[in-house]
Design a protein around this ligand. Structure first.
Ligand code: ADP
Ligand code: MG
Length: 360
C-alpha cells in the first residue's frame, strides 16, 4: 500500500495545518512534534474524523477525502484505547474480527491469552492498550494510525511494548503512522521520522538522518542535539568546510553541506552528543588532515542518565560548552570528575552545518 498526502490543508481558527506533502509506504512512519503542532490533526484527516479544506489523500490511488470513515479501511488507536466497557477483552476483539482464528492469532501475538475473559476495567493500562490494538488490527486495516498509544503507560511497560510493537508493525506490511512527542519512541519505532512543527512537516528521514543531519535548528533541538553553536565559515574547498566558533575551528566533510554555505556564511554548527568521543587529556591527539576535530577542555558538569552519562566540557575556558553522551565504561575509564581535563574528538562527518545562524 502507498498512502500519499498531497497539498493537504486544514485550518482551525489561528492554526493552519499544511499544505502537507507526505508519502508513506509499507513502513512505520513516526510522527514527532511538540504538543499542538498538528499531529492529531494529521491522523484525523487520514482517518476521516476531520475533512481537509483542500488537498488529497490517496491510498493506492484511491481517494479517501470525502469517503465516510467506515469505508476508508483505516484503523486508529488512541492515547487511551476506547474499549467497550461492558464487554470482555475477547468480545471487544471479536467485535471487529472476521473469525475466531483471527482472534486467537492476535491474542497470541499481543500476549493477551491470560486476559481475554476480563473486562477493560480490570486490566492494566498496558493490557488495555494491547486489547485496543488487537481490536483495531482485527478489522484488517489498510492503514494503521496510532496517536500516542503508550504515553499514559509507565516507562518500563512503555519500553517493553515499544520493543514488541516494532516487529508487529513491520509484519503488517501496511503504512503505519505512529504519533509521539517522545524522541526515543520515534527513533525506536520509526523506519522514518516526520518532524511536525506548527502544522507543517519540517523534515522526513531515517532516524539516523534526522539525528545526524537535522534540516533546521528546530529539528536539532527537538531531537536532542544539545551542541548547537553559532559559527562563521572560514574556508570551503574540496577537502572540507572549516567553521570558526569563537577561537575554536571545526572541520566538516564537504559532502552534504548545502551549496549555499560558502566562506563568510553564518551557520549553526550541530554535533550530536553521541558523536563526541572523550579521551584522557594526556592522550596525544592530532587534528590534522583526515583526522577528527580535537579540542581539550575541562569537565564542567556530568549527569548519570541511566544508560549513558552526559558530560559537559568547557572548551577554551568556557567560551563553548561541548556536551558528550558516553557509556559507563568510557565514563569509568576517564575517571570523570568536575574539573578534570579531557580531550574531545569529533569526526568531520559528525559535524553538521545548518544554514541558519544562532546558538541554542
Ligand atoms: P497535537 O496532536 O500535535 O498536539 P493537534 O493536531 O491536536 O496537535 O492540534 C493542533 C492545533 O489545532 C491546536 O491549536 C488545536 O487547538 C487545534 N485543533 C485541533 N483539533 C481541533 C478542532 N476539532 N477544533 C478546533 N481546533 C482544533
Ligand atoms: Mg495530539
Amino acid at each position: 500500500m502507498t498512502l500519499e498526502l498531497a497539498r493537504l490543508t486544514k485550518a482551525y481558527g489561528e492554526f493552519t495545518f499544511g499544505p502537507v506533502e507526505l508519502t508513506v509506504e509499507d513502513e512505520v512512519l513516526a510522527v514527532l512534534g511538540p504538543s499542538g503542532s498538528g499531529k492529531t490533526t494529521l491522523l484525523s484527516l487520514v482517518a476521516g474524523i476531520a475533512e481537509p479544506d483542500s488537498g488529497s489523500i490517496l491510498l493506492d490511488e484511491r481517494e479517501l477525502v470525502g469517503l465516510p470513515l467506515e469505508d476508508r479501511r483505516v484503523g486508529m488507536v488512541f492515547q487511551e484505547g476506547a474499549l467497550f466497557p461492558h464487554m470482555t477483552a475477547r468480545e471487544n476483539v471479536e467485535y471487529a474480527a472476521a473469525s475466531d482464528e483471527r482472534v486467537a492469532e492476535l491474542a497470541s501475538v499481543l500476549e493477551l491469552d491470560g486476559v481475554l475473559d476480563r473486562r477493560p476495567a480490570t486490566l492494566s493500562g498496558g493490557e488495555r492498550q494491547r486489547v485496543a490494538l488487537a481490536r483495531t488490527l482485527a478489522a484488517d486495516p489498510d492503514v494503521l494510525l496510532l496517536d500516542e498509544p503508550l504515553s499514559s503507560l509507565d516507562a518500563p511497560i512503555r519500553k517493553r511494548l515499544r520493543d514488541e510493537l516494532h516487529g508487529l508493525f513491520t509484519s503488517l506490511d501496511i503504512p503505519v503512522l505512529y504519533v509521539t512527542h517522545d524522541q526515543r519512541t520515534a527513533t525506536a519505532l520509526g523506519d522514518r521520522i516526520a518532524i511536525v512543527r506548527d502544522g507543517d512537516v519540517e523534515q522526513v528521514g531515517s532516524p539516523s538522518a534526522v539525528l545526524d543531519r537535522p534540516a533546521s535548528r528546530f529539528v536539532a533541538r527537538f531531537t536532542g542535539t544539545e551542541n548547537l553553536f553559532e559559527g562563521t565559515v572560514t574556508e570551503r574547498n574540496g577537502d572540507g568546510v572549516w567553521v570558526a566558533v569563537g577561537d575554536v575551528e571545526f572541520r566538516t566533510a564537504v559532502s552534504g553541506v548545502p551549496e549555499s554555505i560558502i566562506q563568510g556564511s553564518n551557520v549553526t554548527v550541530c554535533i550530536h552528543p553521541s558523536r563526541v568521543e572523550l579521551e584522557p587529556a594526556d592522550t596525544s591527539v592530532d587534528g590534522g588532515a583526515g583526522q577528527a576535530n580535537a579540542v581539550t577542555g575541562t569537565v564542567a558538569h556530568w549527569l548519570n542518565e541511566g544508560n549513558e552519562y552526559r558530560i559537559d566540557v568547557d572548551i577554551e575556558g568556557g567560551a563553548l560548552t561541548l556536551t558528550a553522551n558516553v557509556r559507563r565504561p568510557t565514563f569509568e575509564r576517564l575517571a570523570v570528575e568536575v574539573g578534570s581535563e579531557v580531550s574531545a574528538l569529533v569526526p568531520p562527518e559528525s559535524v553538521h552545518l545548518i544554514p541558519e545562524p544562532g546558538s541554542r
